[in-house]
Design a protein around this ligand. Structure first.
Ligand SMILES: NC(=O)c1ccc[n+]([C@@H]2O[C@H](COP(=O)([O-])OP(=O)(O)OC[C@H]3O[C@@H](n4cnc5c(N)ncnc54)[C@H](OP(=O)(O)O)[C@@H]3O)[C@@H](O)[C@H]2O)c1
Length: 338
């Protein structure tokens, strides 16, 4: 089968950083589905895993943690899916990624593809939807049934892949007042179209911009970008007893003492926790993806596809990495077909 893989960890400008390879088609066993891949999404995690380092793989390493396709075969323990089902999923960071014609994935982290989306639009959603859902509803414990309606959330990094779905979930599912950050006219227009009530610039004084909007403080903050830069601002902006969740890692120690006086809680979200540790509630991601598919098919939320970059091959996947490394992608990047 065709696949896009790496052997060495090189700068994306190097044509050897991601290469076209032929691999053996794998067999499904246990809880695994063998999926014929139709489309993939590329995320910043791909560029982080691929980042230059002094390491050489003995066999081709396949990246890619967003996919849509059709179940070709199932392992003996599979109960949720059958051959022929159209699916979408992110997969596990501990296994080969999905940038290949066929891919193995545990059924418990797979959802049925939204019927109303084509494969490319569906591949834009899984990783970021799981992240945004877990951040809002599992970590910050926002009510999924409107119990926190009218409370406010600041989404820092609103136009990125995760922000694009987080805004929609916060607005349409939780019925929160959503303030999203964006620094350019085009990213500002994008977050407004997704449902943000207000837009402020993450490169400016965010507290002053909120005060100018008549907002003194917010109930929740989602940090989706540059936590070292934004943590102190989040600590200033958050209401007493509010909650902050970050999906991005810090490079310097975080001044968590800033949260003490207001009894603010701080949460991490990593969407690979459940699959990496095979937690007993791993099937929650199957449920999240199924809920996302239902919301999409009911037109409550939409795809976050920003751009389809063409066929799945090394040249086009390198282009997706190059764009993501610039840090200015709006929505999601996908590729479809081999
Ligand atoms: N923990 C997890 O499970 C998890 C899951 C998914 C992603 N992540 C991580 O989350 C980060 C975001 O991923 P993504 O896919 O949403 O994003 P992305 O597509 O890389 O985000 C691009 C957006 O970030 C905004 N941005 C750039 N610099 C910023 C800054 N200093 N402050 C705030 N926003 C800034 C830009 O908006 P403007 O153009 O308007 O400036 C741009 O639209 C990545 O580091 C990724 O690895 C973590």
């Amino acid at each position: 089968m065709k696949a896009v893989a790496l052997m060495r960890y090189l700068a994306i400008s190097d044509p050897e950083s991601l290469i076209d390879v032929e691999l053996e088609k794998p067999d499904a066993d246990g809880h695994d589905l063998l999926v014929k891949i139709e489309a993939i999404g590329i995320n910043p995690i791909d560029t982080k895993v691929r980042s230059p380092k002094d390491q050489v793989e003995k066999t081709p390493r396949v990246l890619g943690w967003d996919a849509s396709g059709v179940v070709e075969a199932v392992g003996s323990k599979v109960t949720l899916f059958r051959p022929g089902d159209a699916v979408f999923y992110a997969g596990s960071i501990t296994r080969q990624g999905a940038n290949s014609e066929y891919h193995l994935v545990d059924e418990r982290i797979v959802g049925k593809k939204p019927k109303s989306l084509d494969f490319s639009m569906a591949a834009a959603l899984p990783l970021t939807s799981i992240t945004a859902w877990e951040a809002l509803f599992s970590r910050l414990r926002v009510s999924t049934s409107g119990g926190d309606s009218g409370k406010s959330v600041l989404v820092i990094g609103g136009a990125g892949g995760v922000g694009s779905i987080a805004i929609q979930l916060a607005k349409k599912v939780a019925r929160l007042e959503v303030i999203a950050t964006a620094s350019r006219p085009e990213s500002g227009n994008w977050v407004k179209k997704l449902g943000a009530d207000h837009v402020i610039n993450h490169f400016g004084d965010m507290l002053a911009q909120l005060v100018a909007l008549g907002i003194d403080a917010v109930d929740y903050v989602l940090i989706l970008n540059s936590i070292d830069r934004h943590f102190s601002t989040a600590a200033n902006i958050i209401k007493p007893q509010g909650a902050i969740c970050s999906i991005v890692e810090n490079e310097r120690p975080l001044p968590v003492e800033l949260l003490k006086a207001k009894s603010v809680s701080f949460h991490w979200e990593s969407m690979f926790t459940r699959s990496s540790f095979c937690t007993s509630d791993m099937i929650a991601q199957h449920v999240i993806l199924s809920t996302i598919a239902d919301l999409v098919d009911a037109t409550a939320i939409g795809t976050t596809l920003g751009c389809n970059l063409g066929l799945i091959n090394a040249k086009n996947v390198r282009e997706a990495h190059r764009l993501l490394e610039k840090g200015r992608v709006i929505g999601k990047l996908t590729l479809a077909g081999f």
